[in-house]
Design a protein. Sequence first.
Length: 258
Amino acid sequence: MEIIVISLLSAEDRRTFQKEQLGSLNLKFRFLNAIPKDLVSLETIRKHYYDWDRPLSKNEIACFQSHDLAWNIVMNDDKPYLILEDDALLSKKINSILPILSKIENYDLINLENRGRKKFLSKSGIEINSETVLYKLFQDRTGAAAYILWPSGARKLIDYTKNNGISIADAHITSCPQLKTGQIEPAYALQLDHCSFYGISNMHIHLGKSSVSKTKNNKGGIYFRLKRVSSQIVLGIKILYISMFSKRRFIRLNPEDF
């Protein structure tokens, strides 16, 4: 499977980490140079100011645009890609599932990650191997650090952008209604900043601090407050519906595999 690692050209420590990690797993990959926040123009900020439930920061816009670059690469190919952010820590067993997942049909995107939050999953799944199950994922809130994307999914995400504007990358993926999404259990990836949450000791934890700080987010004025209320109502209706045939729960992760 083709692997893309989204990383700033200046992020030498994170690039070194990924070279060591993916090299030890015998996985071939290529870096996709992420868009620096300094290249996000005032014109772009103004264009997308009202797209989401609050004004997006330069960091968030740049992160979205970087994922969008990856989606365009996948859309113009005929096979799935594993897309990673440069702070993604992978399970040592990931080689056992990638060849199997590459042949999965009827999915646009499969999430490999967990981040300590509950997700809405199908009540039953497909056995990938003796240790792993693939579930349908109906509602997610766990980042975009490690996911497998098919060309069909890339097209849907790009079309969704054209019709609805942009948001933070993981929210954009979660909110795309046409996307057929799956979740692997146990999770085969997590972000470095969540190692301690799962009791995983890793010398690279210091690289995991997010560049998108929630404490600095501009919530906007009354327009955005009303927009967030509207979004929560829509989400509540969706959750009531999917609750009839799904289960909200945590995704299991095996710390010893990392």
